[in-house]
Structure formats: C-alpha cells, structure tokens
Design a protein around this ligand. Structure first.
Ligand code: ZN
Length: 108
C-alpha cells in the first residue's frame, strides 16, 4: 500500500468517506507520521470504545481476512451514511452512497 493510499482510506476498512486522523498513542501533540493513522468516523469511534489493545486486534484481523474487512466496511459505511443523513436534512433519508460520495468530492 502506497503512502497516498494510507492517507485516503480507513486503515481498518478501506472506506474513503468520513475520514479522520487518529493519534495512535493518544497523544494529540505528537503529530509525527508514525503516530497518525487514517480512520473513518466509525472506526475512530470504535477505537475509543474498544480501547487501544482490542482495536489493534481488530486491525490485525481485518488485515488478515478479506471477508472480515468487507463486512467491516459495509457496517462502517452504513453507520456513516446514517449519521450524515441525520446531519443534513430529514427528508433525504434514502440518499444513496454514490450521491454522497460525489457530494464529498465536490466539497473538497
Ligand atoms: Zn473504517
């Protein structure tokens, strides 16, 4: 995986929407490249919920098993889309993934 891919997709599920930068050692003043990991909103939240050690296991599991990674990505995608929909407007609840991704691209 190239350096560019690392920054543009979630380290756990490869999702390319709703990305955030996580500080691996939880020190927010340490911005060295080794301490920054790209995570989608879902997995950033999961990391906080699980704790570092359990999260590390999840990371290893998704790296070793493609099917687990795929399932994890679907879960994360659903979670993020649901959150985005609640944030934007109430009457567009069924906004599909392609629309949202195009929307995100145009934003940046
Ligand atoms: Zn993710």
């Amino acid at each position: 995986m190239s350096k560019k891919d690392f920054r543009t997709a979630c380290a756990v599920c490869n999702l390319t929407i709703g990305l955030e930068i996580d500080h691996v050692n939880e020190n927010h003043f340490d911005n060295s490249s080794g301490n920054r990991m790209t995570l989608c909103k879902h997995h950033h939240m999961e990391k906080t919920r699980m704790g570092r050690d359990l999260f590390k296991e999840l990371l290893q599991l998704t790296r070793a098993h493609r099917d687990i990674k795929d399932t994890t990505r679907q879960t994360a995608q659903r979670w993020i889309l649901k959150k985005e929909n609640l944030k934007s407007n109430g009457y567009q609840l069924e906004m599909d993934i392609n629309t949202l991704m195009t929307h995100n691209r145009n934003d940046t």
